[in-house]
Write a protein that binds this ligand. Sequence first.
Ligand code: NAG
Ligand code: NAG
Ligand code: NAG
Ligand code: NAG
Length: 434
Amino acid sequence: MLQKSLANIIILLYLFQLINCQTKFYEPRQRFGHTAAVLDDNKLYMFGGYDMTSSIEYLLGKEFFYIDFSTPFNTKELTWEDLSDYYTLPSHAFSATVKSNRNNNTLFLYGGIIESTAETLVYRYDTQSNAWSTPTITGINNIRKRDLIGIIDNNGKMYLWSGMKVINEKNTNYVNDMLILDTINLSWGQGSTIGAPTARGNYGAILLPNNNIIYMGGYNGEELTLKQVYLYDIINDNWSIKTTSGIVPSGRSGFSAVLGLDGQRIIIFGGTTTVARNNLTIEDSLYELNLINFEWRIPKISGQIPKSRMYHKANVIEKYMVVSFGFGYDPPIESDILLLDISNNNEYIWTYNFVPSYNPDPSSLPSSSIEQSSSPTQSSSPSHSVNLLSAQQSEKSSLTMIVSIVGSLFAGTILLFGCFFIYRWIKIKREQKN
Ligand SMILES: *[C@@H]1O[C@H](CO)[C@@H](O)[C@H](O)[C@H]1NC(C)=O
Ligand SMILES: *[C@@H]1O[C@H](CO)[C@@H](O)[C@H](O)[C@H]1NC(C)=O
Ligand SMILES: *[C@@H]1O[C@H](CO)[C@@H](O)[C@H](O)[C@H]1NC(C)=O
Ligand SMILES: *[C@@H]1O[C@H](CO)[C@@H](O)[C@H](O)[C@H]1NC(C)=O
């Protein structure tokens, strides 16, 4: 009798172990005004922002997480990696973040609105040590700004134009200055504002291949037009203005902008047209600006077109414009992450499937597959290496599975023997007493 129930318990323990080694769920809260940066080649790190689900805006706490873009996945089944234990910053939102140009594992964060009266303006994070630090920066700057975009150039200079100056929570105003943080020498500098556009926040900004930063749209009491775009020449420290043509999007702020893969176009998504957080229609949310003739158009798109979003972020990872979080969508009907395949200029595709197009680390492949993939007939096919990669991944994960199953069986067996011997011992002791 006792033996039987003991066996049952052991079986239960086995099952529990099996389930246990397969569950590792972490899901962050939905947010907007957050930070999103691609580090370590292909990991999208995210943190900060306001809680989207709360009726009163409030800053999110210590959640810090990433999504790994080195393996294929579906946006309906995201795997979030939780790093919250390493988060030592105050809660914040609407700050400016860039990846260091020295290496791909360090980011710099400037400004934003911060929960406490924290005075630190710049934080640095390193994925290799998993540590945040506060670099000492020479030169004087004590201006905290929010609602701005940070742009880094090849020399490690971070450009922080305009935005909203935060004096305290009730006292803010838009400032027109060009702060420059040298992330290598760790010093503050300033750029020209002669000919700069009017001060604003939540604009779009991108570094172009010709060493100009393009600025567009934004908000300074009203949504600003995209009829004019502004170019800041980082080499010569001067500003110019371009008037655009074509199907010009309505004035907007809180949108995202990325550079097309060929460097000749800018793609913008989402945003808002009024202070009251007005969602844009699906038809009015995606535009493209040709950088040769400065003509706007609505690109041809296919796939399941998502609702528009505002105060989200967009990063380019491989051939995808990766949109994260924002305000205006309905989770879980729509994923927190959207993928727009921008590899074909004639037709962009909204998709749920992320497929890495190259193998980031060929040395990790078994030698037989390397030989295969370097054979002339197959080396030109990117899908081949994808197959290899996913095959290798699933091999890896099934190996992990097997190891953990064998491991738990082993542990279970030891436990079983342990219990059995204790039981025997008790029984013998009892018999001896009797
Ligand atoms: C990017 O960072 C990762 C981890 O720090 C490193 O293994 C990889 O070699 C880096 N890649 C490049 C191109 O520097
Ligand atoms: C950094 O400082 C060094 C020495 O002070 C100087 O030679 C170099 O030009 C500086 N770099 C930048 C990007 O300002
Ligand atoms: C910016 O400076 C460069 C070099 O001095 C000059 O060639 C260019 O015309 C200037 N652009 C504007 C818009 O002033
Ligand atoms: C915008 O989207 C949100 C979330 O889907 C919704 O609650 C809100 O009613 C929408 N507003 C408008 C003006 O469509």
